[in-house]
Design a protein around this ligand. Structure first.
Ligand code: ME8
Length: 510
């Protein structure tokens, strides 16, 4: 059995969850569900990143101590996961004891492997970005300096531990040149490669200026600085430092889905930490794009943050899951607007897929006493053509999803559904009924039911609740939602249940 370990970034708890968090979590859920349909041994991890100066500051602003603040905020993220119908295997919090132990064990291992030394750090630091910036990256305004993100920076000099990242430049280059699929999409791969080629400096990995973090082993004046603490979560969840345990042996290394803004940390620091600790680097890092709101960058100060609860309440969960992953290529930036949701959902789900299910099933309900006499006729060129197309589409769909190309996989299914609608228009079972060609009518209906079943199976990772409803209408047990059954034609005579529209059209009230 193949194993598939998929992770979201762990989310900062200094604010409430927004569409960006929902987006990455649903992406991982789609991929996890897809691998489950293939009977792979899936482990899906998400969680919260709870240490650092930003969280310490946010807790003070909320008149709370950091621990109660993070307990409360982390709960919001956990709640969002189940609200979005994401089937996780574990939810990790970096304030958990298991994580502190893992982070300290990784540190010790790196220290023992001569990868860490004590030095001094001087530089321009942005609290908001939790990063240092060189002078030429800064923007000067009114005698103050700002990071490229717009956050103000301050001059900092402090004792710090360093990771010998500079020594990893050649090894990382060699690793990525021999493993070009380890970073996707390809534009991101090229970006990382040219960053490595431009030269890597040693990395400051501890702080003495705040307390809210994991203490450095044997020197608790120092707190681990964000990335070495945060990234280790992916190991903690598999039981690190016990690398002999079953979960670790079967599941490491992981596929990490991250936003483009944190690619560098995952594609450069993380593999270097791992190799420095004699562990395998990630199997793959896939960087997705960012959502804007009606063309504008999303930010709290602009007041245009998209609340995942709100949009799901307005349009429905599967509708939003579908929209987010069909509207833009996974990896590109996307623009969210009410109009584009309505257009996409109405076109693909209501008018295409929903229409196919509804017209076929309600015809059978009304005209055939809900019974289809199953007679798929592969002697008929038209019928065979459609059935063969479903197999071609399934193969393409799988090869896309094996590479996390969710939008392309969806497109293949949509094309199959469109073809099934054309077939239905052309073969017109209602006319066959009028002409009393009952055998041919049953052949056509059987074919349509079969294509609906196959398309539903493929769309299950994206719109799981709706597919369960369709399987109920088709009277097929939910345990048949598995790719083992893709080619299996239904039993001889099928009595379906009464259908009602799965994707009602959304009226554009504005
Ligand atoms: O970065 N569109 O956490 P985070 C799409 N704790 N994605 C977006 C987005 C948007 N408008 N805004 C944010 C962190 N994101 C660290 C990760 S992992 C070891 C540590 C994405 O809560 C962003 O790209 O700030 C990132 O992948 C994710 O939300 C979490 O961001």
């Amino acid at each position: 059995m193949n194993s598939f370990y998929i992770t979201t970034p762990i989310y900062y708890v200094n604010d409430k969850p927004h569409i960006g968090h929902a987006y990455t979590t649903i992406a991982c859920d789609i991929l996890a569900r897809y691998h489950n349909l293939k009977n792979n041994n899936v482990y899906f991890l998400t969680g919260t990143d709870e240490h650092g100066q930003k969280v310490e500051k946010a807790s003070i602003e909320n008149s709370s101590d950091p621990q109660s603040f993070t307990d409360r905020m982390s709960g919001n993220f956990k709640e969002l996961v189940s609200f979005l119908n994401c089937n996780i295997n574990d939810f990790i919090r970096t304030t958990e004891i298991r994580h502190k132990k893992a982070a300290q064990a990784l540190w010790k291992k790196l220290f023992d492997n001569n990868q860490i030394y004590l030095g001094n750090y001087k530089g321009w630091y942005s609290v908001r970005d939790e990063a240092f910036f060189s002078e030429n990256e800064l923007i000067k305004k009114d005698n103050k300096f700002y990071a490229p993100s717009g956050a103000e920076v301050e001059w900092l000099k402090e004792e710090s531990y360093f990771f010998k990242l500079s020594e990893w430049q050649d090894k990382l280059l060699e690793y990525y040149i021999t493993n070009p699929s380890a970073i996707a999409p390809i534009t991101r791969y090229n970006e990382v490669l040219s960053f490595i080629k431009s030269g890597l400096k040693d990395l400051s990995i501890s702080r003495t200026t705040f307390k809210w973090g994991v203490p450095v082993p044997n020197n608790d004046k120092h707190i681990m600085y964000v990335w070495i603490d945060a990234l280790t979560n992916y190991l903690t969840a598999l039981g690190y430092p016990n690398i002999e345990n079953e979960l670790f042996i079967t599941h490491w290394p992981a596929v990490h889905i991250v936003g483009k803004d944190i690619l560098r940390f995952h594609a450069i620091y993380w593999p270097a930490f791992l190799m420095g600790a004699n562990l395998e680097p990630p199997k793959k890092i896939y960087a997705h794009g960012w959502w804007t709101n009606s063309g504008e960058k999303i930010s709290k100060s602009l007041g245009n943050v998209i609340d995942p609860y709100q949009i799901v309440k307005t349009y429905g969960l599967d509708q939003i899951r579908y929209f987010l992953f069909s509207e833009v290529p996974f990896g590109n930036d996307g623009d969210f607007s009410h109009n584009s949701v309505i257009k996409r959902v109405n076109a693909d789900l209501s008018n295409n897929f929903g229409n196919l299910v509804q017209r076929v099933c309600s015809f059978i309900n009304k005209n055939c006493d809900s019974i289809v006499d199953n007679r798929i006729n592969i002697e008929n060129v038209e019928d065979k053509g459609l059935l063969d197309l479903s197999v071609v589409k399934f193969d393409k769909y799988k090869s896309y999803l094996d590479n996390q190309e969710i939008d392309k996989a969806i497109k293949e299914v949509v094309e199959l559904i469109t073809k099934a609608n054309v077939y239905c228009d052309k073969l017109a079972p209602w006319l066959l009924k009028n002409k009393n060609e009952i055998i041919r009518m049953n052949e056509v209906l059987s074919m349509l039911i079969e294509i609906i079943r196959r398309a539903s199976l493929m769309l299950f990772p994206v719109i799981p609740d709706s597919v369960k409803k369709i399987f109920f209408i088709l009277n097929i047990n939910e345990n048949k939602i598995n790719f083992d059954y893709f080619n299996q034609l239904p039993k001889l005579s099928v009595k379906i249940n009464i259908s009602s529209p799965i994707f009602p059209r959304i009226e554009n009230k504005t």
